[in-house]
Design a protein around this ligand. Structure first.
Ligand SMILES: [Fe+2]
Length: 358
């Protein structure tokens, strides 16, 4: 089966393009009572940036707590709350923030038009109805959430994306100025999510020329940024934003691999954030990606990044086994990494050994 990809509908790109968001949204405000639901990263709570968001009196703006990875429970709560406040649906759900906020926006827009809990829709192609319009404004780059057809959610039973033809956003605003103040090491960890996407997409059975071509350019940009003299220049912000976009798009034509599979398991138990979790896992994956792990360590050293250690040290054996259970549910990732016979090589023992080093 080939994926019948729906790409992001429209892209507003350029430094300070965020100032045009109001005009873009005004095109959607057709009725007198048309309103927008803005979801804004808590990073901006109390920040002057809030005044730049084109909120009108009828709109709803919610500050989104991103302490934990996006949860199905929170998606359901926000949809129920908005529905209780208004008789109509928003004309756009606008996510302004990092991967978590963008994933919330992508999931919430779908749950306005699909019955029941979002936990029912985790997986591929369970969503049956088109969601309301969705606008994404990344303020940190690397996850590729702005372009991907997945919205990753932690539910009561699993951490798994809602993925399908209706998941992709309708409008993207790519303003490199918005990522200028992201603090390190957060910026580095999130950027490495993009680097790891490219490495994983290349190294596997589901790779394609389309995925490779997009990923090659994304990888080239990552290398320019993090192997160069100073990763924190305005030019590098722009490169990082584009790298994230291309990396996210390349995944649509390939698959993530060992790092994401293990990192999902690690996150389910420890709640560790995706960017840093991936870096901790990737650092132990020489067996899968020997050259890239070396390069990743060079990037860390050049950018003065020291990874957290002992993340699994305090975990009980039950917790470790739960991480392994979750990791092994990601069969499409492992089939990409090791082929259809992956279960012969990806053993619980191997995963236990890797997790114990983290
Ligand atoms: Fe990722």
């Amino acid at each position: 089966m080939f994926r019948n990809l729906k790409a992001v509908g429209r892209i507003l790109y350029g430094r300070n393009s965020f100032d045009q968001l109001g005009d873009v949204l005004d095109e959607l405000r057709i009725e007198k009572d048309s309103y927008i639901l803005f979801l804004v990263d808590e990073y901006f709570d109390g920040n002057d940036f809030l005044n730049r968001i084109p909120v009108k009196p009828q709109d709803i703006l919610k500050i989104i707590d991103i302490t934990d990875e996006p949860k199905t429970k929170t998606v359901d709560q926000i949809v129920a709350e908005v529905k209780s406040l208004r008789t109509s649906l928003p004309v756009s759900v606008v996510g302004i923030g990092g991967g978590s906020v963008m994933d919330y926006a992508k999931a919430i827009r779908l749950m306005f038009t699909n019955e029941g809990s979002s936990a029912l829709y985790q997986g591929l192609d369970f969503i049956k109805n088109k969601g309301v319009h969705c606008t994404l404004v990344p303020t940190i780059s690397g996850t590729g959430a702005e372009v991907s057809m997945t919205t990753v959610l932690s539910g009561p039973e699993k951490k798994l994306g809602i993925k399908g033809n209706f998941t992709t956003a309708d409008q993207l605003v790519m303003d490199p100025e918005l990522i200028r103040t992201v603090p390190d090491p957060h910026r580095f960890y999130t950027a490495m999510d993009c680097y790891i996407h490219n490495i994983e997409a290349f190294n596997g059975h589901r790779k394609t020329v389309m995925g490779d071509s997009l990923g090659t350019e994304s990888l080239r940009l990552c290398r320019e940024i993090f192997l160069g003299e100073d990763s924190r220049t305005p030019e590098n912000d722009e490169k990082l934003m584009v790298a994230s976009f291309l990396g996210g798009l390349s995944l649509t034509y390939s698959e993530v691999g060992a790092c994401h599979a293990i990192s999902y398991g690690l996150a389910t138990v420890t709640g560790i954030h995706h960017g840093v979790g991936n870096c901790i896992v990737f650092n132990q994956l020489e067996e899968f990606y020997p050259e890239a792990v070396k390069e990743f360590r060079t990037m860390m050293a050049k950018n003065n990044i020291v990874l957290p250690t002992g993340v699994t040290a305090g975990c009980t054996s039950e917790e470790i086994e739960k991480m392994i259970d979750v990791t092994l549910t990601l069969v499409f990732m492992w089939a990409h990494v090791s082929g259809p016979e992956w279960q012969k090589v990806i053993t619980r023992d191997k995963l236990r050994g890797l997790l114990s080093k983290m």
